[in-house]
Design a protein around this ligand. Structure first.
Ligand SMILES: NC(=O)c1ccc[n+]([C@@H]2O[C@H](COP(=O)([O-])OP(=O)(O)OC[C@H]3O[C@@H](n4cnc5c(N)ncnc54)[C@H](OP(=O)(O)O)[C@@H]3O)[C@@H](O)[C@H]2O)c1
Length: 263
């Protein structure tokens, strides 16, 4: 049995937009997911509906649904915008069955609720998630793109066990929120260590070693339980696992990183 990895696979791995490499073919997507599951990367995020459809097809093809911990956000297919990346929509009662069908499964491991300013609406979504948990359609609930204020607005009997937010060496704005979430017993999931990979191009130099330093910085934070990275080729799975295995940054690497942040 392989060790559970801190690394998770991002859903943007399955789409063309929001990355560098072209969209992975279906065969490559199967190779990516197989490499993840074979190496202890069980957490697989899906943000846009297109990612749920893709992951559902891949897991079906591989026959490995039960090995994955699927995270799914409330971004839906809208009539007339099937090929677009449509913004999030607050959960409504019919959404869960749509998501399950797209994912070709009968449960979602972690249902992610994208936060917003309307507290009353957010509480309604949490109630809906609680009902879906009781029905066995959802195992755990997460808040996504969370700010400190959202944690303060939670009622005492809330069922949120995970928080997700972009967090990397260049954007540490979520630190206080993650600290509070940990105090509340939640699991902290950092997204986007490379800022969609665009930061790697901006820093320049040897992309591989820059990526390794950025990834090891996040993974080395005690505060962070998991790190979600999108990877459009199988090769990145092995590269990123090896990087994480190297452990926290040395002092020399830390100072190199500080230089990049100052520039
Ligand atoms: N950022 C957000 O606001 C946000 C919001 C909701 C959910 N998420 C979740 O978080 C996941 C990750 O975030 P992200 O996709 O925004 O950014 P990211 O993971 O920081 O960056 C992904 C990019 O890094 C490249 N990459 C991966 N490993 C690499 C390596 N070893 N060397 C060089 N390049 C490498 C990939 O390139 P290729 O294209 O070449 O594979 C990909 O384009 C998403 O997929 C999604 O599931 C993020």
């Amino acid at each position: 049995m392989v060790n559970d990895s801190k690394l998770g696979l991002g859903g943007h791995s399955f789409i063309q937009e929001l990355g560098n490499d072209p969209q992975a073919s279906f065969d490559e997507q199967c190779n990516i997911v197989s490499a993840c599951l074979d190496n202890g990367i069980r957490f697989i995020d899906t943000t846009y509906y297109q990612e749920r459809v893709a992951l559902g097809a891949v897991l079906q093809e591989l026959g490995r649904r039960s090995e994955a911990v699927i995270m799914a956000w409330n971004f839906f297919n809208q009539p007339g915008a099937e090929t677009k990346l449509v913004d999030y929509t607050p959960y409504e009662p019919h959404h869960i069955d749509v998501m399950l069908e797209e994912l070709q499964t009968n449960y979602i491991d972690i249902l992610v609720i994208h936060v917003h300013k309307n507290t009353e609406e957010l509480h309604k979504e949490l109630d809906l998630a609680k009902k879906w948990m009781q029905e066995g359609k959802v195992k755990k609930v997460a808040l996504g793109m969370v700010k400190l204020e959202h944690l303060c607005q939670l009622l005492t009997d809330h069922q949120v066990s995970y928080v997700l937010a972009p967090y990397n060496a260049f954007n540490q704005g979520a630190k206080e929120m993650f600290l509070k979430a940990k105090e509340m017993g939640m699991t902290a999931i950092a997204l986007s260590p490379f800022i969609r990979g665009w930061k790697l191009d901006e820093i320049g130099g040897n992309k591989g070693s820059v990526a390794e330093i950025l990834l090891r910085w996040v993974a080395g934070q005690r505060l962070i339980d998991r790190v979600i990275v999108s990877m459009r080729k199988e090769e990145w799975v092995h590269t990123n696992l090896t990087a994480i295995d190297r452990g926290p940054l040395t002092q020399q690497e830390e100072s190199k990183l500080r230089e990049w942040i100052r520039e």
